[in-house]
Design a protein around this ligand. Sequence first.
Ligand SMILES: *[C@@H]1O[C@H](CO)[C@@H](O)[C@H](O)[C@H]1NC(C)=O
Ligand SMILES: *[C@@H]1O[C@H](CO)[C@@H](O)[C@H](O)[C@H]1NC(C)=O
Length: 388
Amino acid sequence: MTDEGLAVYRPTWLWSWFWWTPMSATALRSIEKKILSFMKTPYKSTYVDIGPVVGTSDKIWTLSLNTEETQKTPLVLLHGLGAGVALWCLNLDSFAAHRPVYALDILGFGRSSRPRFSTDPEAVERQLVNSIEEWRKELQLKEMILLGHSFGGYLAFAYAIQYPDRVKHLILADPWGFPQRSLDPKLVSKIPLWARMIGNLYKNFNPLWPVRFVGPLGQWVVEKMRPDLPKKFAPVLGEESGAITEYIFQCNVQAPSGESAFHTLTEGLGYAKRPMLHRVDQLAPKVPVTVIYGSRSWVDNSSGDKIKEARSKTCYVNVKSVTGAGHHVYADRADVFNKMVNDACNLSDKGEDVVTMDTKAVIKDETGGEPKQEEEEVEGQQKEEKVT
Ligand SMILES: *[C@@H]1O[C@H](CO)[C@@H](O)[C@H](O)[C@H]1NC(C)=O
Ligand SMILES: *[C@@H]1O[C@H](CO)[C@@H](O)[C@H](O)[C@H]1NC(C)=O
């Protein structure tokens, strides 16, 4: 164990300034419980002890559903930056109808341990990938369908490069960190302000520091930064959709750990220091990939085609787009997204040969493949969305 690995984020005088906020683990626990209470499928939640991966004794907060179903490949969900398991509340019931589902708070985020990560980008990536692998071993999952949103998509890809035998299908939802940094002002201006702040203005701070800095006003800041969030979750949470804002606030107000890791991986303007597109060819050909973009997201959706180009012609790469959805594609149009994910999952139930070396399986679906009338029906509701 290196010294670095042993260190846990201790509040220095600086952090103790912020620690008077009502940000306890208890508050996060209860708001998470409240959100999950709206789900129909019974779930279990537990800490999975992955041992000394980054800190001395790291624990991964894990939600599991429908684990009695042993015939189907389990689906494992990795959230994006500053999020946690509860943000999948619009998806879990649908996914768990057909297979075991696990959602985890990535190490350093949500209710998982908050160790001090390396400050070297390559090492941080390795630490995070290791944490997922140790988690998988603890749960004794032989194979999984790995779905990552945004930053979780970057991690899922990095994991699949390292452990291709464990990934039966890789699903990337509006993945972050694929293209190389661009200085093209047209592309840059598409990146939302908060993401540019991460990369630029507050270079030397952790991205979510304003949330902590303002203490009890933090929740208000989250509300102002993301006024669109509660509305997305109203279909499940109804009048309680404001709970999402409180949840995100509580996820992010604690000592920064995963956030520091993300910061280490980031280069100006929200790009990755080690762009995943440079490494796409390292993914074993047998791992099928489905990419699902939101058509109105700030994420550069040309990466989907570039993944396809970088892989051999016989590899399965299916690029899809959800019309009208922004970066939070899993929440913006949950019904469409859920169906796309279930389709991809079902494919991997059919046995290995179907999705691997079959050239016919190389599908491209720019329209999102949704029936026309369904598209139009929901289109109107998406008009007001400004922030993604
Ligand atoms: C890709 O992004 C562009 C620019 O934001 C957008 O106009 C286009 O509709 C997106 N394509 C798909 C297939 O979503
Ligand atoms: C996936 O397969 C299950 C049966 O195993 C079926 O009920 C479901 O409709 C399928 N879902 C999709 C989206 O194809």
